[in-house]
Design a protein around this ligand. Structure first.
Ligand code: FES
Length: 144
């Protein structure tokens, strides 16, 4: 059975789980290169893929859709479009249903890094776009 390394290329900062992270990325484990017969590099199709929960609930429970989530998702789409090449790589904004973090909402998550945010207004969206998407620095104060 050949030994295969599957490498994910992305930028993650800060320590998460068992990963060792620095400015340039994360070391998630290692093998001796000389032991490998094949290296597969997986690169995310989108540099940043944002999912905005806009779910509403009929049971009266907390939900992102009651907190201007659709309007702020649309604002994010507009701003990302306006910024164009100021954001390195492809960016996609998608609508999501409930992601089971209702009481923390409104929430969005950015993949492939799996960084979750709680946002309240346009200023929060602007900061996420400027700091995270343009500069590659997740916004600590909004992370959940
Ligand atoms: S309603 Fe948004 S996470 Fe559940």
């Amino acid at each position: 059975m050949p030994t295969v390394a599957r490498l994910f290329i992305g930028r993650v900062t800060g320590a998460r789980g068992e990963q060792t992270c620095g400015d340039g990325g994360c070391l998630v484990g290692y093998v001796w290169i000389s032991d490998l017969e094949e290296i597969i590099v997986d690169e995310s199709y989108y540099k940043y893929h944002l999912f905005f929960c806009v779910n509403t609930r009929s049971d009266g429970g907390p939900c992102c859709g009651d907190s201007s989530a659709p309007q702020l998702r649309d604002y994010a789409k507009q701003r990302i479009g306006e910024l164009g090449d100021a954001i390195p790589g492809n960016v996609r904004v998608n609508t999501a249903g409930c992601m089971n973090r209702c009481a923390e909402g409104p929430v969005l998550v950015i993949y492939p890094e799996a960084v979750w945010y709680r946002y309240q207004n346009r200023a929060d969206i602007d900061e996420i776009i400027t700091e995270h998407l343009c500069n590659g620095r997740p916004v600590s104060r909004l992370r959940i």
